[in-house]
Design a protein around this ligand. Sequence first.
Ligand code: ADP
Ligand code: ZN
Length: 359
Amino acid sequence: MRTIRVNLSEDSYNIYIDKGFLGKIGDILVKEKGPCKTLLITDRNIEKVYGNIVTESLARHKFDIRLISLKPGEEQKTLETALLLYDACFDHKLDRNSLILALGGGVVGDISGFVASTFMRGIPFIQVPTSLLAQVDSSIGGKVAVNHPKGKNMIGSFYQPKAVFVDTDTLSTLPAVELVAGLVEVIKYGVIRDAELFEYIEKSLQDILQLNYNALLKIIATSCQIKANVVEEDEKEKHLRAILNYGHTIGHAIETLTNYAKYRHGEAVAIGMLYATKIAIEMGLANITVLERQLLLIKRLGLPLHTGLESEGIVRTLYTDKKVISGRLRFILPTKIGEVIISDRVTEEILQRVLNKPI
Ligand code: ADP
Ligand code: ZN
């Protein structure tokens, strides 16, 4: 087992990474917290494969457990669903000593965290991420939210979990397209902070895709460590944390313009990373190999490279992003593999020029 500490004074917590972990959750939790009323939130895909193993592990240690299973999909991440979850909290008589356990991908983690952060002004919450994306990104850092018709993740807050339990075995049932989309966030960490991680992915892509444990441990632990370091320095995204949004500025615009229906998050971010790199090259900040290495990896993963979207539409959408500050776009631009800068000097003209051409 690998343990990564996220140091946030009284909100500090550990991320535990291991295989064969789900069946031992009760053994660990009973030591850390003792048996209590527990609401286990998951989705139906995940319940089918992992619902029993987790509930049995907890029941063995006398946790009073209620399982609630959502329909899978981002469309479920709404205030209406949150209301149903609050009902379950009341129904199961949760109080401030109880526990909400999120077993699933980013959707389950985000909404469960949102409910945990608001029910009785906050009750303990544990993340058990089952998708690669959630394991390396959304389960760490405390961003919790639901969607609003006006935008994704628009209703939310910062609320840290008490712990994150990553079982790499869960990736064996994750659809391959989801695995690949999650891997984009790992590539992102390499580009923004860790050239050695990037090289490792280039070298070990086959091992990763075949779910070799050591390869998974390496990429997940390194990603979690990078995210932990960034969040420790800037929990509320005043500045540095923005580097985690590399590829996300244009990525979000692509997701918005295609109504979150055509691309998975990671797929849109991959295109966003390539465009951000092209902007950096256009501005004389990076050389062509920075683009070529990312492009090659993204091609090897079979990710889509063309959006068919008009550059005008993308630019217009960029200016409505919630991260726009005083009308200025903020871009995360790579200067080399392993290093990025935060720039508000990307002009509309540069954007048009870059976005007008295919990748
Ligand atoms: P993400 O984790 O990418 O933010 P979701 O929470 O929507 O997004 O998860 C993506 C999809 O993968 C969902 O359909 C979810 O039910 C499914 N899923 C997540 N983890 C697993 C797993 N370990 N095995 C099978 N399906 C999974
Ligand atoms: Zn992301």
